[in-house]
Ligand binder design. Structure first.
Ligand code: EPU
Length: 416
């Protein structure tokens, strides 16, 4: 990715108005890959217009797949599906690894570049590759590629040592054409996984969810269907904390998947942010003084790791010290260095982030990944003066029309 855009952010006084949440990035990518499981036409609705999704669509077009896109609707028809996925774009996003599950499900071989993704610490794919092996595929890791070949499809119980969204999705995609039962023990059951499961069921796959287990019985031929992507809970959470960070603000968040945001709303309220539902709209009112918290991040339904960086910024305004522990991505801490440049009194010790009360000063800082980019915008918006954020390009990977949405509610942002 070319990184050269700079965002100028000035202190924003009071935020008000409406924000419309888009479709979920992390649900759209597996659903796009699931569309490759059938030769028939698949219509996806509520697909966000973001860089990661657009790059994934470009990759599948290179695989011989027909793709039509108009507004939030994407029509995919994979009559042809090439098995060598060697576009450089594969290395620019994480979601490209779902092509492994879907291509292997339909074909008996695959050569693919390693997936990329945000720089948030170590992101191994050993659970994915081990599961492919257990399901009867031979996996060879080359310098920058993975070569996988079917030996004998074997239905098995795949047990993950730690909950993994990506590995759960890849096993679901691969097992969708297995005629005998595959079980996943200790799967991820995040809303994004459930969105994919709904889609696979409509395509003809039988899937049961038991306590900490998913049981999949695939079908030889999957059907073309229409499916709507769920709304993005992380985008909604980002705007909740942005609006909540600025006193006297009142922002109405439309399309927020409120049922997926219970912990996010509960934590916001504990921090002194006023959040309530009015006619299916989430209304966020700025705080009357941010309160400290000690937060442990976890898999859904716990507080999501993807909002850690944003909440870290908001907690600099609390009257006493807070801590955040993120066992999912403990090294998602590059934003701390940038916030220190703004005089934040913040540090990481034994994988716990400590945030002391402080008044941020404007500076020239760098976005290091998608959520860091949004977090630094929040930092700029609550800081007296003008902050310059370099490498803001990351923001466009996962937020649809961020500049328009931010300006609409009164955040002073300008791309230079
Ligand atoms: N893990 C392994 N081996 C594996 C896979 C995962 O050790 O083979 C570990 C990871 O290191 C991590 C934990 O398991 O400690 C969970 O990782 P998971 O596989 O759930 O994460 P992911 O699939 O790589 C997705 C999202 C992330 C989001 C995480 C957690 C996509 C494309 N990415 O990543 O989204 O933070 O799940 O919910 O869906 C973002 O949107 O900004 C983002 C980074």
């Amino acid at each position: 990715m070319v990184k050269f855009m700079i965002l100028k952010v000035s202190k924003s006084s009071v935020l008000s108005g409406d924000v419309y949440i888009s479709g979920s990035k992390n649900a759209a990518m597996p659903c796009i890959c699931a569309a490759l499981l059938t030769k028939q036409k698949v219509i996806l609705k509520n697909v966000p217009d973001i860089m990661d999704v657009n790059n994934l669509l470009t990759i599948i077009k290179k695989q011989g797949v027909r793709v039509k896109k108009k507004d939030d609707i994407v029509i995919i028809q994979a009559k042809r599906l090439k098995t060598r996925v060697l576009s450089d774009l594969v290395e620019t996003l994480r979601g490209s690894y779902y092509l492994m599950g879907s291509i292997l499900s339909r074909k008996n071989k695959l050569k693919i570049k390693y997936p990329g993704g945000c720089n948030i610490g170590s992101r191994p794919i050993d659970y994915h590759l081990k599961a492919f092996q257990e399901l009867g595929f031979n996996v060879i890791e080359e310098e920058n590629k993975i070569v996988i070949r079917e030996m004998t499809r074997t239905s098995k119980d795949i047990t993950f040592p730690k909950i993994s969204l990506g590995a759960t999705i890849n096993v679901l995609l691969l097992s969708s054409t297995f005629l005998k039962e595959v079980k996943i023990t200790n799967p991820s059951l995040e809303p994004e996984v459930l969105c994919l499961i709904d889609m696979l069921k409509k395509m003809g796959v039988s899937i049961d969810i038991l306590d900490k287990q998913i049981i999949i019985k695939g079908a030889r031929k999957l059907k073309g269907i229409t499916h709507s992507i769920i709304y993005d809970r992380i985008e909604a959470g980002s705007y909740i904390y942005l609006a909540g960070a600025i006193q006297k603000s009142k922002v109405c968040i439309h399309n927020a998947p409120i049922e997926h945001l219970q912990t996010v709303i509960m934590v916001a309220r504990k921090m002194g942010i006023i959040v309530y539902k009015k006619d299916n709209i989430l209304v966020v009112e700025g705080n009357k003084g941010i309160k400290k918290i000690n937060l442990l991040i976890g898999e859904y339904p716990f507080f999501p790791t993807d909002l850690q960086q944003i909440i870290t910024v908001v907690l600099t305004k609390a009257k006493s010290s807070s801590t955040i522990e993120d066992p999912i991505f403990p090294n998602r801490i590059l934003h701390l260095k940038e916030l220190k440049k703004m005089n934040a009194f913040i540090y990481e010790q034994n994988q716990v982030i400590h945030i002391k009360p402080c008044i941020l000063s404007p500076g020239i800082i760098y976005a290091t990944d998608l959520r860091c980019a949004f977090a630094l915008i929040v930092a700029g918006a609550i800081t007296q003066g003008t902050t310059y954020i370099k490498n803001i390009d990351y923001l466009f990977r996962g937020y649809e029309e961020p500049i328009k949405k931010l300006r609409y509610i009164g955040v002073n942002v300008e791309i230079l």
